[in-house]
Write a protein that binds this ligand. Structure first.
Ligand code: PLP
Length: 382
């Protein structure tokens, strides 16, 4: 028997892996030192642990440990990358290219900059959630200062042609900032092979703790110049001041190490579970896959149930499983997902879409139960 509710919302957040938690615990108590205390063993111990975590995180993405800045999460990393770079580039220009289906962490920063006189080009996507590379290249102007495009979409799992975007950015000498929050730790990510200049990601999406993330900043010649957003003691190469969250950083390091060692087998296992789920659910009349299954994260299925009153289905399911709907609450109103809308879905189709995201602790038994409950709910609503 599966325990209700079954957790199928791993894209929202993941539980801490027990091995991660075990690694973190001593850093709350006996190894509590400040990583910036240079004069004593407590500080050295903390600094060593942070260095090790930096290596572990860098190794997951093919980077050098000097290229990792620890932050409070992907939202902060994205803010530091985009705003920090934009502030340094005002002489070169004020034009930014991004994609309509980005996470709000990127879209809201762009909107904020727009209010300060920057011009933003939002690339559209097709029905599968994919951008046109030709349109990206056509959108580049003399005053374009950065391209911000995500690695994999958080709602649909659609994976973007990141290496192609990187190649275009490099050809035009424009920094490429990638929000890889959903991809890192799930599929192979290599910042150099992908031509990424800055990349944001988060520990809590890869079985690490909440409240810690990283920004990769490529060592370039000349160095990418970015302004800090937070000033203080000059931590993290003067880019992110504030006492380091040592337990969190240690946890992120361990989480990165585990993802590195389990990635291939876990991606295969989850792909098989998802295929089984889709085989059972996809054959129901009117049900449609949102996005492109062949170009998506192996653990994500965003499915349109094509019905009026999709909220009833979500409500009915909530007793049995934790999933995410194709709607988002903003200012107390339930808005259809901007991602699904950008892919051409009507409000009703977006409202009756559900994201199922599997993870490390999802079992075959849970998927079988979820299929059963989903079929029962659909029958009741038909
Ligand atoms: C694609 C993407 N970017 C950014 C974020 C924000 O991450 P954090 O919660 O670490 O700030 C998320 C979290 O949902 C995400 O899915």
């Amino acid at each position: 028997m599966s325990k209700y509710p079954i957790y199928l919302d791993y894209n929202a957040t993941t539980p801490c892996d027990p091995q991660v938690l075990e690694t973190m615990l001593p850093f709350f108590s006996q190894h509590f030192g400040n990583a910036s205390s240079k004069a004593h063993a407590h500080g050295w111990h903390a600094e060593d642990a942070v260095s090790q975590a930096r290596e572990q995180v860098a190794s997951l993405i093919g980077a050098d440990q000097k290229e990792i800045i620890f932050t409070s999460g992907a939202t902060e990393s994205v803010n530091l990358a985009i705003q920090g770079l934009a502030q340094q580039q005002t002489i070169r220009g004020k034009h930014i290219i991004t994609v309509a289906t980005e996470h709000k962490a990127v879209l809201d920063v762009c909107a904020h900059l727009q209010g300060q006189g920057y011009e933003i080009t939002y690339l559209p996507v097709d029905a599968f959630g994919m951008i046109s590379l030709a349109l990206l290249e056509d959108s580049i102007r003399k005053d374009t200062i950065l391209i911000a495009a995500m690695y994999a979409n958080n709602e649909t799992g659609v994976i973007h042609p990141v290496a192609d975007i990187g190649r275009i950015a490099q050809k035009h000498s424009i920094p490429f900032i990638c929000d890889a929050t959903q991809a890192v730790g799930k599929i192979p990510v290599d910042v150099y092979a992908d031509g990424i200049d800055m990349m944001a990601f988060s520990a809590h999406k890869m079985y690490g703790p909440k409240g810690v993330g990283a920004l990769f900043i490529k060592k370039r010649n000349p160095l990418l110049d970015i302004s800090p957003l937070v000033f203080g003691g000059g931590h993290e190469r003067k880019l992110r001041s504030g006492t380091l969250n040592v337990p969190g950083i240690v946890g992120m390091g361990k989480a990165a190490e585990l993802c590195n060692s389990m990635m291939a087998s876990e991606a295969k296992r989850m792909g098989e579970l998802r295929d089984y789920f889709w085989q059972e659910i996809g054959s129901i009349q009117g049900v449609k896959w949102n996005g492109q299954k062949s170009h998506s994260l192996p653990h994500v299925a965003n499915i349109c149930f094509n019905m009026d009153g999709g909220d009833k289905l979500i409500k009915m399911l909530s007793k049995y499983m934790s999933v995410s709907s194709g709607s988002a609450c903003s200012s107390a109103a339930v808005e259809p997902s901007h991602v699904l809308k950008a892919m051409g879905l009507s409000d009703a189709k977006a409202h009756s879409s559900i994201r199922f995201s599997l993870g490390r602790f999802t079992t075959l038994q849970e998927i079988s139960t979820a299929i059963e409950e989903l079929k029962k709910a659909l029958l009741r609503l038909s």
